[in-house]
Design a protein around this ligand. Sequence first.
Ligand code: C2O
Ligand code: CU
Ligand code: CU
Length: 529
Amino acid sequence: MAELRTPGRRVSRGVSRRGFLGLTGAAVALGAAGFAGREFLRPGQPGLVLPSQAPLPGRFEVSLPVPPVLRPTRSDGTTDYYDVVQQVADLEIVPGLRTEAWTYGGSFPGPTIVSRSGRRAVVRHRNELPHPTVVHLHGGHTPAESDGYPMDLVLPAEAGGAAGGHHAHDASGAAGSVVGQRDYTYPMEQRAATLWYHDHRHGFTGPAVWRGLAGFHLVHDDVEDGLHLPVGDRDLPLMITDRSFAADGGFHYPLLDPAMEEHGVEDRYMDGVLGDVVLVNGAPWPALRVDRARYRLRFLNASNARRYRLALDPQPSGGGVLMQVGGDGGLLERPIAHDAIDIAPAERFDVVVDFSRFAPGTRVRLLNRLGEGRTTEVMCFDVSSARVDDDARVPTRLATVERLDLSRATTTRTFRFQLSADHGWTINGEPYRAGRPSARPRLGDIEVWRFITDVHHPVHVHLDPFQVVGRNNRGPGPYDAGWKDTVDVRPAGGVEVAVRFTDYAGAFMLHCHNLEHEDMAMMADFVTE
Ligand code: C2O
Ligand code: CU
Ligand code: CU
């Protein structure tokens, strides 16, 4: 298998020339005005809808699945150990259709891992898929060797014999590539938060996640326990993804090279691939029966490129029904009441909805006000008429959020996320090259990072969360509160964040989380020291 012989070769090969020819012409001809025009044609939404070839499923016909919680294979005084087998599985996502998926443990989403802050989790990933993979814990405060550096492949187990785990070729990352399986060690020295894990292989993250490689990893702590937010069945992780389905039921994706030797998607999808079916926890437009009680809904946008504007319909009188209690990096200082929430790829919004504000029997739809046609709907909640107890609360003060002191910032760095005529999607004009860091922040320093864009780019930074300090020379926006690891930078926008990297020296990533942009090289290394 070509991958096995040359796991590091792709670094210098970069993106496919062929893939950018069409784009180059268009970009040169239209210039900046061309982007403005394209954004204008699809307000708020980069990317192009890939129509399904299979008949679309109905709405609200499937009930909401909740991914299984993974049990540790063993635990000791400090650590919980988990095993995940990455494998092809046939799933029934659309009723009556068989979809061949790439899965963590046979399900999409993969199993949810639940950790306690301060207790280490060691997750052994065994790759029984036909392609190399890399696992990244998004939002994890993780040492470099377990962070899922995009060149640190886990090569398919069968290619390397039964035992696996030994090192193959060292690419440029610290951990290098291994055959068969790898143990990822997560110290979990971090606040309670909604994290997620997903594939991160250089150049192929888009198709791998689209085919199913994503799951939740939740962290709990004592501060959260003390609040009495909704728990148990009333604490629901909701992974929102859009997908398209091929005639044979498989996930439809416009790969430039179906053999996956070359990176990238067909030219016209390079802005991003949008599906025409909305899935929540892997089910199309699901329905959930809810009690007239408070629910904690942990929204994760795990879509490749689609942005959503989430709103409930009807809105109860008085509004503010989406009571945000947390973001990417955990609990906010105080709850924020929203009527709608804009969520870009990889962002998380943790909200409490009080369904007792709706009349018994109401069907409450979760809408996407940025959608088109069927993608204007996401799921529905059917409010039951039974009387129930609800002792959950949303306190007016949630948690302490240390404010990073900008007057102590040592450095300001600017990262331009832009399309380049020669290189495709770039940061500061450079396509991704492993081992060429674009910044060397010192551990413990506070820095200001400025992200500037042409079109929409959801910018993500590994290792430590950041705080948004300004947007387009104004204060932070309504969805910028708290600790974040991904920020939705709007077209021709500028966002400044304050960040302080801590604990772990090594090579980490900064990239656009529109996965088509990421795969087509909108990524950079930074090295902490
Ligand atoms: Cu969610 Cu570097 O990724
Ligand atoms: Cu990440
Ligand atoms: Cu982007």
